[in-house]
Design a protein around this ligand. Structure first.
Ligand code: WTA
Length: 576
């Protein structure tokens, strides 16, 4: 069992409308959230309408929606601007015959055109598939092929990583940043040209609550990445948690630092803020402590949502990295993606005068489930308590609820509005999550204390969480064995003070190859070029032989035990 923590940071009144958690919940219920949406009267819905057009129709078109900046651009878009741009893009897609249910992927840097495209995709009822800009050839191909994407929005630069000859279903390539000229014979279309000639109004596609919204690919411990498929209904939870957890008020200036390639960058970087009608700060470019602090100051950010690795890097950069930046606009700060160290919570109190509120959820859950909400007492190191209306439990492997302080499977009672509706092309994987009737099994281990707070303990499977990115060891191992020197590879997460975990690979070499530092570098670079930089092992160790089961599966558990100098546990299935 994990360490029991007793420290409590008392809750604080965040704004006059929400004096404490219980009152907030009484004042804004799940039912209120449902009743807010148009389908409540019409039976039909569209996320892009609710997040954008509706504000315009209700007279808030001049409110600021998107505050964008990077090293070379600084642009402000109102809700009317967003409506116009996304209408145009929706019309472009229609012109090329793209419509309801088809998958349209986006592979480009974080910039305003990404957001216009995503909203336009939703307006024609297509399913959006955002990809990280950092993905390389194999990672891009696997996701486009599995989803059967018919169109891709990308840049000429990134297009070089798209193996079109292996993607027969991919009919249209929409190129942002026009130069070099698109080749119509290859299905290439210029974003700028098409947008200029497309009509600025459109009749959007009305959908049912169970029609598709978005696919996010995420990693498990076995097999290729899984396409987690979400539907329109998720908006109920995005809207609700935007109020209850993010505490969004009409005047707020909100910044979620996540990329839309990650579910946090869509559920909380697009849907929750825009459903709630706030000004949404988007920053392109790379992480830099001073730029981030200046971004908060310049935009007067009031609500800030980021991740433990970022907070640890900011903490590592020290108080001096503030360089006098004024963070006094901040009213509410949250974290997601990995365990938030108590030390970081204490540091946030000291340096930002802000309690960092931890939130727990997953790509599969679509939205927050266990959280520290405004006004609630925070126990540093705990993920908080289940949202009202959400039932969580710790189960043993047979599905029995275990007593407080006992470690087990973190599970959620099914269903909830933003729960994934399928794993694309893989019903077997989907049902694994629901193997205990009535429950969703998260794959995390945790315990609950006697006040109903949940404490994260680790993953039950071999999934690696490095800098908040979920990496499947299988995907990395598959890439490693494609290298001519590699006979076999086993990949684990090794604890790291800043990144949470780093990727470590154990490798046995083929005949004729000798271990060397140069070979390690070459192998790491090979993964980087094929998958992405964050999937490349930071450490490689050569071994003559890797521990395997008799059925030939590499035993990552044994590799981990080697690494941590722990007993290897049950070895009854090991090969020899
Ligand atoms: C981990 C989507 C500890 C966890 C947001 C989960 C966390 C996985 C927390 C999901 C937290 C997420 N404390 N661990 N507050 N939040 N995790 O789908 O292991 O990329 O199962 O994140 O991240 O990763 P995903």
């Amino acid at each position: 069992m994990g360490q029991v923590h007793n420290e409590i940071i008392p809750g604080r009144v965040l704004n006059s409308n929400m004096p404490d958690y219980d009152r907030a919940v009484a004042e804004f219920t799940w039912e209120d959230a449902e009743r807010h949406f148009s389908w409540y009267d019409t039976g039909k819905v569209n996320m892009a309408f609710e997040a954008v057009d509706r504000h315009v129709l209700e007279g808030r078109g001049n409110a600021r929606a998107l505050l964008y900046s990077d090293a070379s651009r600084e642009e402000v878009y109102t809700y009317s601007d967003l409506m116009e741009r996304s209408n145009r893009f929706g019309n472009v897609l229609r012109k090329y015959g793209i419509g309801k249910g088809e998958r349209v992927f986006i592979f480009m840097p974080r910039q305003p055109e990404l957001y216009f495209s995503l909203l336009g995709i939703l307006k024609v009822g297509a399913v959006a598939g955002p990809l990280f800009e950092a993905f390389m050839e194999t990672a891009v191909k696997d996701r486009l092929a599995d989803s059967g994407a018919v169109a891709l929005v990308t840049t000429p630069e990134l297009l070089k990583r798209v193996k079109r000859e292996e993607l027969p279903e991919l009919r249209h390539i929409i190129l942002v940043g026009g130069d070099p000229d698109p080749d119509p014979d290859q299905g290439e279309i210029s974003f700028e040209e098409e947008m200029a000639s497309a009509p600025s109004d459109m009749e959007l596609e009305w959908l049912g609550l169970d029609d598709g919204l978005i696919i996010h690919y995420t990693s498990g411990s076995t097999g290729k990445p899984k396409g987690v498929y979400h539907v329109q209904r998720a908006m109920i939870q995005h809207y609700y948690t935007g109020k209850i957890v993010l505490d969004l008020q009409p005047e707020d200036i909100y910044w979620c630092t996540a990329d839309p390639g990650w579910v946090t960058g869509t559920s909380y970087g697009i849907f929750a803020p825009w459903l709630n009608g706030v000004a949404n700060v988007i920053r392109g470019g790379r992480f830099s402590p001073l730029d981030w602090y200046k971004s908060i100051e310049r935009n007067a950010v009031t609500v800030w949502y980021s991740a433990p690795t970022a907070f640890r890097m900011l903490m590592g950069a020290g108080k001096n990295s503030l360089e006098g930046a004024d963070l006094s606009s901040l009213r509410h700060v949250m974290s997601v993606g990995e365990p938030l160290n108590p030390e970081v919570v204490r540091w946030g109190e000291k340096v930002y005068q802000q309690r960092i509120h931890d939130t727990w959820w997953m790509t599969e859950t679509g939205a927050q489930l266990i959280c520290n909400y405004p006004g609630m007492d925070i126990k540093p190191g705990s993920m908080g308590r289940p949202l009202p209306g959400i039932e969580a439990a710790i189960l043993d492997d047979r599905g029995n609820v275990v007593p407080p302080y006992t470690m087990g499977n973190l599970a959620i009672r099914t269903p909830w509005p933003s729960m994934m509706k399928m794993i694309w092309n893989n019903p077997a994987k989907y049902s694994e999550y629901f193997r205990i009737p009535g429950w969703y099994i998260s794959g995390d281990s945790a315990y609950m204390d006697d006040e109903g707070y949940y404490w994260f303990q680790g993953r039950i499977d071999d999934v690696i969480n490095t800098s908040g990115e979920r990496i499947g060891p299988f995907e990395v191992e598959s890439k490693l064995v494609e290298h001519p020197a590699v006979a076999e590879a086993g990949v684990i997460g090794k604890p790291d003070a800043v990144r949470g975990e780093i990727i470590k690979a154990f490798i046995s070499l083929r005949e004729g190859y000798l271990p060397s530092a140069a070979l390690k570098e070459e192998i790491a670079a090979f993964v980087k070029a094929g998958l992405s930089a964050h999937a490349a092992p930071r450490e490689i160790e050569f071994k003559d032989k890797l521990p395997k089961t008799r059925s030939g599966k590499i035993m990552r558990r044994v590799l981990k035990a080697w690494e941590l100098h722990l007993p290897a546990g049950d070895l009854s299935t090991i090969e020899d």
